[in-house]
Design a protein around this ligand. Structure first.
Ligand SMILES: [Zn+2]
Length: 251
């Protein structure tokens, strides 16, 4: 009797476990679904609801290339800059449309624009200003400002507490050869603080002057104005937010 009772109990336990199996599998399926949802959400959260009038450049033109220097260590500070979270280019919509027009002019020649920086949040500009005040932090001096004393970065206009980039219609960019991915020789590197970066600098080779002229001519003929101190910096003439300095992150 005792054995029969035990077998009966065992059978009930087994049946109970079998009975629970569908719940277990449902649980596993639900867990997988939750995981999938989390994954989808994290992919989605790479974007954000941009302020009205702003776009992701890749939604207007997929061929324009970029290398956002301020999200990396390769910039004049030598560390990622506040406010840059994902490698994505954000600009005002008319800026994106104008850049697309420039890109279309370059495409038949197998050339492309390459963006170094576009919309820049105010928190990034604040980061620059704080860094400029720490005079002994000269990690990238040799590469970016070998001939300018850090104490002069403000007075010479290389660092300022406001930047046109924060209004969303200013871009830093160069030209590249699509076949090789190499930047055209502009005579000085991007963000080099010095006279070598002045667009009309005389002390350049013929090729370097021609490359600067090509970028400048295309940008001006598509609605941008150049900046006298930097060959790479252009602002849309009819910028939609001429007085608004934004602070949403780049993500
Ligand atoms: Zn710039």
């Amino acid at each position: 009797m005792l054995i029969l009772g035990f077998i009966s109990l065992l059978a009930r336990v087994v049946l109970f476990i079998i009975g629970l199996l569908p719940f277990f599998s449902t649980f596993i399926i639900m867990k997988k679904a939750a995981l999938l949802l989390t994954l989808c959400f994290s992919v989605y959260s790479y974007g954000q609801n941009l302020p009205k009038g702003f776009v992701y450049l890749s939604n207007i033109d997929t061929s324009i290339q970029s290398e956002l220097r301020y999200i990396s260590d390769n910039n004049f500070i030598g560390k990622p800059i506040e406010g840059y979270i994902h490698k994505t280019v954000i600009v005002s919509k008319p800026t994106a449309v104008a850049l697309k027009r420039v890109q279309e002019k370059l495409a038949p020649f197998n050339l492309s624009l390459k963006i170094f920086d576009a919309y820049r949040p105010q928190q990034a500009v604040n980061h620059f200003v704080l860094w400029a005040k720490v005079l002994n932090d000269t990690l990238m001096k040799q590469q970016y400002y070998p001939n300018v004393a850090k104490t002069h970065l403000f007075s010479l206009g290389y660092i300022a507490s406001k930047s046109g980039h924060t209004r969303g219609s200013t871009v830093d960019l160069t030209l590249i050869d699509v076949a090789t991915g190499k930047e055209l020789d502009m005579g000085s590197p991007y963000d080099y603080f010095g006279e070598e970066s002045h667009p009309l600098q005389k002390n350049l080779s013929t090729i370097q002057r021609a490359n600067r002229l090509l970028l400048r001519t295309l940008m001006i003929s598509n609605g941008f104005k150049p900046y006298k101190n930097e060959w790479w910096h252009f602002t849309l003439k009819n910028e939609p937010f001429p007085k608004t300095y934004f602070n949403f992150p780049v993500k």
